[in-house]
Design a protein around this ligand. Sequence first.
Ligand SMILES: Cc1cc2nc3c(=O)[nH]c(=O)nc-3n(C[C@H](O)[C@H](O)[C@H](O)COP(=O)(O)OP(=O)(O)OC[C@H]3O[C@@H](n4cnc5c(N)ncnc54)[C@H](O)[C@@H]3O)c2cc1C
Length: 364
Amino acid sequence: MTPRSDVALAEWCTMGVGGPARWFVEARTESDVCNALAWARARRAVVHVLGGGSNVVMADAGFDGLVIKVDLRGVASSPLGAREIYSAGAGEPWDPFVAVTVAGSCAGLECLSGIPGQVGGTPVQNVGAYGQDVSGCITRVHAVDRRTLQPTLFSNAACHFRYRTSAFKREGGGRYVITRVEYALERDAPPTIAYADIVNYFEQRGETSPSVGAAREATLDIRRRKGMVIEADNPANRSCGSFFVNPLVSREQYATLQANAGSAVAVPHYVVDECMVKIPAAWLIEGAGFTKGSKRGAVGISPFQAQAIVNHGGATAADVLSLAAAIKRAVLDAYAIAIVPEPVFVGFKPSAALQWLLDPDPHN
Ligand SMILES: Cc1cc2nc3c(=O)[nH]c(=O)nc-3n(C[C@H](O)[C@H](O)[C@H](O)COP(=O)(O)OP(=O)(O)OC[C@H]3O[C@@H](n4cnc5c(N)ncnc54)[C@H](O)[C@@H]3O)c2cc1C
């Protein structure tokens, strides 16, 4: 195993910013992962586990350690009663995998079509969209424990999935290298038609019982209109998707927000449970003055939706952070809601500015 040196990380992440990795290696097997971890340990080098790079911001200074690019492949499926268990290598590209499950007439992932990245990244932040989260169908996650270099198996409950987070992102952050993920999908079952955009899509077309294939196409169509599919000629390609997580607020905070907005404005929201309400970050960002398509040097807000920060070419990580901080400040001042970034920041030195950006409850 011989890692390469000084590999430009901007080319390995969708945001397209960041300096070089001191060392970089691609892992195609579980043994490769263990060898790479042992190699780093022998040199006391820090490790970053890289998937598709679609949810990371790399520091301009790069990463002074070993980047392990996960490239374990292979998809297998086997029936279990009315369900089909799909097992996919962590390095499988996500959307082609979803296409395979949909072609197999299996329901459970169709609304997650068009999301970039790899299979191994999906449990990390409990990837979700349009009414589905991977936590709804993941049965097992196979990983290597970086402390012991031993294989470890997580049940769904052990993953501690919550909204856009999991044990792999929270308490276990960085401790495990995910190698394989298993999803239990419903064979020949109807798709999830729950999210307003998808419901409206089919209502407008008069389709009352769409197939999972139709739901996949609807999702891709809706995502394209929001610039959320990475493909040729999309001016919003260089991004992390939604830069901020939709904030969860108490019912009282929501009532205050609505009262302040006045009766002419209906604050968009989604009731999560009897206590919490989710507010679209995009609505807050636009309301705080950051309109779609606005630019600030080499970065800007996506022309399609306010939640995405876009690198228009030649941007630095510092440009991205500066715009993100300005957005967070404006939303905090306008609505007293602290929005927090969704992507993972890699290689950054601890700083008060970064800590403030990540803080869900900043004091100023
Ligand atoms: C245009 C666009 C649209 C998007 N839309 C959505 C959306 O609708 N819903 C959504 O939830 N997300 C969305 N995202 C965010 C992103 O695509 C997902 O979070 C994706 O699952 C990240 O996977 P990745 O392989 O790119 O991970 P990376 O970006 O490489 O890594 C993200 C984090 O996961 C860790 N990680 C990755 N692979 C492994 C592994 N094998 N083992 C251990 N840790 C690992 C990394 O260390 C890092 O901490 C979008 C992004 C873009 C650019």
